[in-house]
Design a protein around this ligand. Structure first.
Ligand code: SF4
Ligand code: SF4
Length: 334
């Protein structure tokens, strides 16, 4: 699905297939209390992974400004949000990343850094592991496999070896170890056009293999379903598997996942300050609208509107969150 298709689906005023499915289930998908603010600080990244739903890369210019970061912090304070989940791109490449982390910590928030691991080896970024540890930041690190071949195929040549080095570095600082309070969670997504396997079983495999092969320890493994949008959609289209993958998601729709969908208690903020129900909607440009005829909601004008009980903006991509055991930024929903 492209942003253009998403816009056409919304402006048609007709129910999309996901809404129709919700209707059949008699399920009303609405926002509950906002507990997590996910801040996408920009699309700049040192990698260009095949499955990336952000289309991130080294040439992207979209970066959250200091002014917007300050407005985000104001929102966090106003909502009394418990968790600040920082993503990108490689969020650490944003020059205001440290400020956002430090200020969020001062507000008493749990802070998550969605880290690609290789960023530690970028010029001037070797202070990051100690910085994260000093602030007690939870690291959610991408590692789609414990094999070099699969990781390098999806994320680029040499990424696996750097990832191993980075994980060992984090371990040395106490990450992933008992009683340190420094959480190191790994994020798995399939390297192909299939659903993730059972999260607990895969976590056990990862723990065994990473410990045996490299001496790496970590806390939890999160399995995430690949969303058929942006770069992953392009790769599916190029290999003529787009339709097949969409059908896989639809055929595996599981109503038991609906109560756990992350869009219910999360607010997603784009690099330019616009608000979204989730990061996927953000990439499809499905910004939250204000009152009819008004501009999209942003961190600057949210005052006027209450988010409580607001219906979630959905599209056919949402089947990516409800297939099988479900998928969210915190892993399997069930
Ligand atoms: S998946 Fe993550 S690491 Fe890979 S290009 Fe996208 S933002 Fe960068
Ligand atoms: S993509 Fe997933 S998280 Fe986003 S609105 Fe749809 S169901 Fe909710």
């Amino acid at each position: 699905m492209t942003p253009g298709e998403a816009a056409a689906e919304i402006s048609s005023g007709q129910l999309n297939n996901f809404d129709k499915r919700l209707q059949r289930e008699r399920y009303d998908l609405r926002k509950s209390k906002i507990e997590i603010i996910q801040v996408n600080v920009g699309k700049l990244c040192n990698q260009t992974c095949v499955h990336c739903h952000v289309d991130a890369g080294p040439s992207r210019q979209e970066i959250m400004s200091r002014e917007t970061v300050k407005a985000v912090l104001g929102l966090i304070q106003k909502f009394g949000v418990g968790t600040v989940d920082i993503t990108g791109g490689a969020p650490e490449l944003n020059p205001h990343f440290d400020y956002l982390v430090e200020q969020s910590c001062l507000l008493g928030c749990r802070v998550i850094d969605r880290c690609n691991l290789t960023v530690f080896f970028e010029h001037g970024k070797d202070y990051l592991p100690e910085f994260l540890a000093r602030h007690g930041v939870e690291v959610a690190a991408s590692l789609p496999c414990y094999s070099r071949e699969n990781v390098d195929k999806q994320r680029g040549k040499g990424v696996f070896d750097k990832s191993v080095e980075a994980l060992l570095w984090l371990n040395r600082l106490g990450y992933g170890k008992k009683d340190t309070g420094l959480l190191l969670n790994l994020v798995y997504n399939p390297v192909g056009h299939y659903l993730p396997p059972n999260q607990n079983d895969l976590e056990a495999d990862y723990k065994e293999r990473l410990l045996e092969d490299f001496g790496i320890v970590f806390n939890r493994l999160f399995t995430i379903t690949n969303m058929p949008i942006s770069r992953f959609a392009s790769s599916l289209i190029a290999t003529k598997r787009y339709q097949e993958y969409r059908e896989l998601l639809i055929n595996n729709f599981n109503p038991a996942t609906l109560d756990g969908l992350m869009c219910r208690n999360m607010l997603s903020i784009g690099w330019d300050g616009r608000l979204f129900d989730c990061d996927f909607n953000q990439m499809l440009d499905m910004a939250m609208a204000g009152q009819p005829g008004e501009k999209p909601l942003t961190v600057h004008n949210l005052d006027t509107v209450s988010l409580a009980e607001r219906p979630v903006d959905t599209g056919r991509h949402c089947f990516g969150c409800t297939a099988g055991n479900g998928s969210s930024c915190g892993g399997s929903v069930l």
